[in-house]
Design a binder for this molecule. Structure first.
Ligand code: UDX
Length: 428
């Protein structure tokens, strides 16, 4: 049987999965509450920048495999499996805001009342352990009048997509994690993921949910550890990339997530570390290493600005450029970007801030308004300022002419070292 899939919530994760499953040959219905978004996607215009997305989206739409709707009933009734892929942002205390998950479950549950036959609801959003079997299954039962894990299935299936390579990660994941409680849900998900070649780990929903947090915590800790080593290296006058290069060759350690610099941003790592800390606290455990990872991460943008002051003195009224606004190259996403922290600190010091990004200018404009002068051409930005801080390692910044400028490099862009008047690596 070829399953029909619905995807509830067309943000980053939802859209990639809708397009991905459609390209695997499934019929997919993508649903979002935002009508403007649905309309845009129907026209084949991606709502985010992600390499390859436009081509895959166009292909799926023209083959008829993918359709978009703003009616959740149509989405659920027209499918056998529903993925919940809504956002789970941080609340001010760092815990997880599950309101979108709850309202998605409510919508799906109401539609299930009208459904004939078995249906599977899969939670893909990153949620604290226990949410799938507790909150989500509870709401679905309440709204549908049916019994979870019997009349319909509920499962957890976390995603591990990296922005910038999300489609590749969808088609070629390191592992597929299936948190299930009943056989039918397990068999359905195993069948659904059959076209994807990867180890399939079948476990409980709670283990699956926690594995996602633990993975992101691990990555965040590695980056902060690299940064801590980096700061010590800088104090000793040695190159931390050389040191960490040697460290990473140990197969027990591996070379990934050891790039020292401004630290980790984005929609997942910071938020998931905060959520892990809250989760641990709620269980009476002190998450010391997770806390330390956040502390080190917060310090890096401050260090960059201090290095600038070392060379320039007061920044008041001085023209400073920030190269890169996206939280990493290959995306237009500025959520929790380290560049935004750098900019905030520069503005606090009274600097006149100029910024560039190859993809994220529109998203940055929405957040920064007219506080910062956004410049489309990176060379024009460099020419217009006294000093620059490199916040994202876009390849576009490698071959700029930095002559006569002070450069504080937060991301190891070698080209800047070659031409800058003063070059200062953040921790090398
Ligand atoms: C991350 C996880 O990798 C992914 O599995 C999960 O599903 C979502 O969160 P993403 O947010 O796209 O993905 O970014 P990632 O590539 O992991 O990078 C996160 C941040 O860490 C970026 O700001 C990046 O610049 C920074 N980073 C990464 C470093 O500073 N050094 C490194 O060595 C690696």
């Amino acid at each position: 049987m070829s399953y029909r899939i619905s995807v509830v919530g067309l943000g980053y994760v939802g859209l990639i999965h809708a397009v991905g499953f459609a390209n695997l040959g499934y019929r997919v219905l993508g649903y979002d509450v935002d009508r403007v978004k649905v309309e845009k996607l129907r026209r084949g215009s991606p709502t985010i920048y992600e390499p390859g997305l436009e081509e895959y989206l166009t292909r799926a739409l023209s083959s008829g495999a993918l359709e978009f709707t703003d009616n959740i009933e149509d989405a659920v009734l027209g499918s056998d499996v529903t993925f919940i892929t809504v956002g789970t942002p941080s609340l001010p205390d760092g815990s997880v805001d599950l309101s979108q998950v709850a309202s998605a479950a409510r919508g799906v549950g109401r539609a299930l009342r009208l459904k004939r036959g078995w249906h599977l609801v899969v939670v893909k959003s990153t949620v604290p352990p226990g949410t799938t079997e507790g909150l989500v299954a509870g709401i679905l039962e309440e709204e549908s009048g049916m019994k979870a894990f019997k009349d319909f299935g509920v499962a957890s299936n976390p995603e591990f997509l990296r922005e910038g390579s999300a489609l590749r990660d969808f088609f070629k994941p390191d592992r597929v994690v299936l948190g299930v409680r009943d056989e039918r849900s397990r068999d359905t998900l195993l069948k659904l993921y059959e076209p994807i070649e990867a180890p399939k780990i079948v476990t409980t929903p709670k283990v699956a949910e926690l594995a996602k947090y633990a993975s992101n915590l691990f990555l965040a800790v590695r980056v902060s550890l690299a940064n801590e080593v980096g700061v010590v290296c800088k104090a000793l006058g040695v190159d931390c990339y050389e040191v960490l290069g040697i460290v990473g060759l140990d197969h027990r350690i591996g070379g990934h997530y050891l790039r020292a610099g401004l630290g980790f941003g984005g929609s997942c790592l910071p938020k998931d570390v905060r959520a892990f800390i809250r989760l641990a606290e709620s269980l009476g455990v002190q998450a010391r290493i997770a806390r330390a990872a956040l502390e080190v991460n917060e310090e890096q943008p401050r260090r960059a600005v201090e290095l600038l002051e070392k060379h320039m003195g007061s920044l008041k009224g001085r023209r400073i450029g920030v190269l890169g606004l996206a939280f990493k190259p290959g995306t237009d996403d500025v959520r929790e970007s380290r560049a935004l922290d750098v900019i905030r600190l520069l503005l606090e010091k009274g600097a006149e801030v100029y910024a560039n990004d190859p993809k994220a200018l529109d998203n940055a404009r929405r957040l920064l308004g007219d506080k910062v002068k956004l410049v489309e051409n990176p060379q024009e930005l460099v020419d217009a300022v006294e000093a620059v801080i490199i916040a994202t390692e876009w390849s576009e910044y490698e071959n700029l002419d930095y002559r006569g400028k002070i450069v504080v490099d937060g991301r190891r862009v070698e080209g800047a070292r070659r031409t800058a008047k003063v070059y200062e690596g953040l921790c090398w």
